[in-house]
Design a protein. Structure first.
Length: 282
């Protein structure tokens, strides 16, 4: 059974279910959502970024929203999928954020093995997830974000503890590696630098090279920068009392109207309109 949570005010999406969530990936396609695949008593076979490998029983695989997946086989899986507006809108510690060790912060593909003790903990956490997804109230969104943070923290701890069989799968796709590096740089510098040329210089590439490479992955350098700026503006509107003008200056806009135009292009609302909508749905 698939459970889905969506939040109209922030465009957040969370899906929790089984292998049916991966059926669209019988043919290779981009993941688009941050995805965790957890096996139980049986193995699963997948291809990620053209590299086939096996998920042994009681394993967790973490995928970013930019990777390409083909689901070959597997049953009784636990699958979590979410977008940046669900999890990344909160200000997390660097290790467990959307550029943390499980995602863009790792140059390899994390595959985590769960021992019996951890299996029980993850099973209990999943039951709480499902229960919360079936509980509709005004704190549901925050509860679900807290649960996902718990899942990511637990997975990160296991990955860091090499003696607990945290494993990394080496990938060889230079395009994905360039995109990962670009996202990391954007995370560090987006408040001060909005131009593609700044990041191209950091990566010793030309802006044209970045654009051509990212086009093959279905995105663009400028789109990534703009999406990160809009996400940060949403976060500050949601979790602080700062005005749209204050937020614009905080994330590097000399003129608040520039942020307003960008924000409206991505959300169809002005920052102030977004704030009013949040208040009306709270």
């Amino acid at each position: 059974m698939t459970h889905e949570f969506s939040e109209f005010s922030t465009d957040a999406i969370l899906r929790v279910g089984n292998e049916s969530l991966l059926e669209a990936h019988r043919q290779t396609r981009r993941v688009d959502l941050f995805t965790f695949i957890r096996t139980k008593d049986s193995k699963a076979e997948v291809i990620v970024d053209s590299i086939p490998f096996t998920l042994n029983p009681h394993s967790v695989l973490a995928l970013t929203n930019i990777q390409y997946l083909q689901f070959i086989e597997g049953e009784d899986l636990v699958v979590y999928q979410f977008n940046r507006d669900f999890y990344c809108i909160k200000d997390h510690d660097q290790e467990v954020g959307c550029v943390g060790l499980l995602f863009f912060g790792n140059e390899h593909l994390p595959l985590i093995h769960l021992d019996e003790k951890e299996q029980n903990k993850f099973n209990v956490l999943h039951e709480v997830f499902v229960d919360e997804l079936e509980t509709k109230d005004n704190i549901q969104a925050e509860m679900l974000r807290m649960l996902m943070a718990r899942f990511i923290i637990k997975s990160t701890r296991i990955l860091k503890a090499k003696d607990k069989a945290g494993v990394v799968i080496h990938t060889k796709d230079s395009k994905i590696e360039l995109l990962r590096s670009f996202n990391l740089l954007v995370e560090s510098h987006f408040r001060q630098n909005h131009s593609v040329s700044f990041y191209a210089d950091k990566l010793f590439k030309s802006p044209k090279t970045l654009s051509n490479t990212f086009a093959k992955l279905g995105t663009s350098p400028l789109k990534i920068i703009h999406e990160r700026l809009v996400l940060e503006a949403k976060r500050l509107l949601l979790y602080t009392d700062k005005t749209a003008k204050e937020i614009a200056f905080e994330i590097g806009f000399d003129d608040a109207s520039h942020l307003s135009r960008l924000f409206k292009k991505h959300t169809l609302l002005s920052p102030s309109g977004f704030k009013r909508q949040l208040k009306s749905t709270s």
